[in-house]
Structure formats: C-alpha cells, structure tokens
Ligand binder design. Structure first.
Ligand code: ADP
Ligand code: CIR
Length: 354
C-alpha cells in the first residue's frame, strides 16, 4: 500500500495481491493466477508496471474496475488483463475496430421535457500522444501539458472564447462554488489518489471556461483533457452540436493518443474509444423509489445511473445523472442516442407512476 499522494513504485510484484471475499471489481475477476504470472514482470514503454496498474483496485477493493493505465502502451503491454476488462465493460473484443461519427445533424431528437431534465452535459476525454498518462506523468511534463493547453485556449474564438483558471491560485470559495455548480472536478478522489493521479495536487491542474459557462475544459485531472459542453434543460442536440464543433477545432491543434483499435486512449479503461459521456440530470422521484425497475431500464438501454455530484455520489431530491455506459465500438452520435433512449424510457415510466 502506497503513501497518499505518491504513485506506487514501478516494482515487480512477488505474489498476487489478495482480494477480500465478495470483491466484485473487474480487476479481481480477471487477475487470475495465469494472467498474474504472465504480467508480473512486464513494464510498458513508459516503464509502467503491473503494481502501478492495479494499485487503485488493490487499495480500494470496492472499485468497480480497479485499474488505471500509465500510457497508451499500457493497453498493449498488459493486453491479457486489459482486453478482458474492456470486453466485460464495453462488450468490445480485441479484434473490433473503433468507430467515430461527430455529425450533429444525425441527432433527430424530439425535445425532452425541461420539467424532468434539469441540465444536459456531454464530455469527451483526451490525452496527448507524446506524454505518459497522469498516473505516470512527471511534475515537469504535467506543467508542459498545461502550457500547451493554455496556448491553444488563447486562440479559441466566438462561442469557445474564454479564460483558463489555474487551480493552484484559485481561492477555496471560488473552487467550492465551481464544484457545487457542477463545472469543476472534485478534489481527493480515493481511487485516483491510489493510482498516483493526485500527485503534486493542485499543481498543473485547472479549468478553462467560456464566457457563457457552456463550454469547459478540465486540465490534468483523471485525463489530461476533459472537454465539456453543458447547459440547463434537455436540448441534447444543442449541447452535442457545440461539442462537435469544439472537437473539430481542438483536433486541428493537438496530437492526441488515438488508434484504430481503441480510439482515444484514456486513463481508465471505461473511457477509451470516444471518451464520451453524455448525461442528463433527470428528476425521477417516483421511479427511483423502485430501484429494481430503475436499474432494469438503465441496463436495457446501456445507461448508467450516477448521483447528483457525479460518480460515487448520492442523489438529491430524486435527481439522477443518467449517461451512456458504453464508450467504444459505437460512434459519438450512437452513444448520445443511448443516453437519449435511456432517459426517454425513464421519463415515460415516471409519468406512469404520477
Ligand atoms: P465525468 O465522468 O465527466 O468525470 P463526474 O461523474 O465526475 O463526470 O461528474 C463531474 C461533474 O459533472 C459533477 O459535478 C457532476 O454533477 C456534473 N454533471 C454530470 N452530468 C451533469 C449534467 N447533466 N448536468 C449538470 N452537471 C452534470
Ligand atoms: C473504480 O474502479 O470504481 C474506479 N476506479 C472508477 C472507475 C470508473 N470511472 C472512471 O474512471 N471515471
């Protein structure tokens, strides 16, 4: 077990870590004796070891996944473990090819009612091709990523224009308000901590915000970039169109880690592919009283239920964050439809219960 705030050392593990009885993480499920023996002395091209890859899931046995990659090469060097986790989570097989489609004109959604839909947010995750991921990045490299980002942000025009806010110089009150308003990432996530993703916090971290607070970019949190479009209400097409335009602009200036098989490389295997999570904060006070039905609708529609302050948080006032669960093997357009279908089915059920 590593000290908080420091990444585990790249050492070879002598024996397979033990997981408590009833451990449900995908790490625990797929780190068989065979896989362990195959990978125990492996390091990826950035010197990232099995010990580093699995530390978060070992320290936190209640993880749902339990691994965080150290570089784009982690997905190749540790394929016997990563492929199994990816197939289980996304249904995406090693020979499958990732697909991408950002054509917002294909979103023919009827409007979802603002009575139920508090706000809509769509984000995608990206990391630069020439750097290790946040788990393995050095303090100097992290600052370099931030510097490159700030240069690019300075050139954003029109609706995208805005300002970068450095977390290190932000006062606590502003930080807390931005978190409460759902714009900024939280601090002190124990899963990220154990993966070494919180090292030298808050150095090199920050948030870019446009003037209307509808377009934001998180810098050097779990991924080097989380590009976000959000606004109140349920106009998914407007939110997706803004993000699609931003994607086009950003892709011209940055060299991201991306390949035909897994699409965009992300730190957590749940985010590879599109890196896209489309969510609506939906008011479902009646449906959420019957968790079995609520969860059945979610799994039938490939959507995930989160609390009001994001992953690992609780609901407040019957409001839930409903988002696409899969991120790879389906295009951005298709995944936004997953979310739409799930939310629509939930609202219909809520109406039946009124
Ligand atoms: P991500 O997967 O993008 O990292 P998190 O679950 O950590 O997302 O949530 C990040 C923040 O975004 C949280 O404050 C969360 O409440 C907020 N958020 C997510 N979806 C929405 C939404 N549809 N409307 C408003 N805020 C949202
Ligand atoms: C877990 O395994 O539960 C945490 N590491 C979180 C996994 C999924 N979410 C994420 O990374 N965004």
């Amino acid at each position: 077990v590593d000290k908080p705030g420091s990444a585990p050392k790249a050492v070879a593990l002598q024996k397979k870590p033990e997981f408590p009885a009833g451990c449900k993480s995908l790490l625990c499920k797929y780190l068989t004796d065979d896989v362990f023996n195959q990978l125990k002395n492996v390091q990826d091209k950035f010197g990232f070891s099995l010990a580093e890859l699995i530390n978060s899931g070992v320290v936190n046995p209640n993880s749902s996944i339990g691994v965080y990659a150290g570089s784009p090469d982690t997905y190749i060097a540790f394929a016997p473990l990563m492929d199994k986790i990816i197939e289980d989570y996304h249904g995406f097989k090693p020979a499958d090819k990732h697909v991408s489609d950002w054509d917002a004109s294909k979103c023919n959604f009827e409007a979802l009612e603002d009575k139920y839909c508090i706000s809509t947010r769509i984000r995608f995750a990206r990391n630069l091709a020439d750097f290790p991921l946040g788990t393995k990045i050095s303090k100097t490299e992290r600052k370099e990523v931030e510097k490159l980002a700030k240069e690019a942000f300075g050139k954003f025009e029109g609706e995208m224009a805005g300002q970068y806010h450095d977390l290190a110089t932000m006062d606590k009150e502003t930080q807390n308000q931005l978190i409460a308003d759902h714009f900024l990432f939280k601090e002190g996530d124990k899963y990220l901590e154990a993966a070494g993703l919180n090292r030298e916090w808050p150095d090199g971290r920050g948030i870019f915000i446009n003037k209307a607070k509808t377009f934001l970019i998180w810098v050097n949190e779990e991924d080097q970039f989380r590009v976000i479009s959000m606004q109140n209400g349920g106009d998914i097409k407007a939110v997706f169109t803004r993000l699609s335009n931003a994607h086009g602009t950003i892709n011209k200036v940055a060299k991201f880690a991306y390949n035909d098989h897994i699409g965009a490389v992300a730190t957590c295997p749940t985010n590879i592919g599109t890196g896209l999570r489309a969510s609506i904060h939906v008011k479902l006070p009646l449906l959420s009283k019957d968790m079995a039905t609520f969860e059945k609708i979610a799994s039938d529609n490939h959507v995930q239920i989160r609390g009001i302050h994001g992953e690992h948080s609780e609901s407040e006032g019957g409001i839930y964050d409903i988002s696409n669960k899969r991120r790879i093997g389906f295009s951005e357009v298709q995944l936004v439809h997953d979310m739409y279908n799930g939310v629509k089915a939930m609202i219909e059920k809520e109406k039946e219960l009124e």
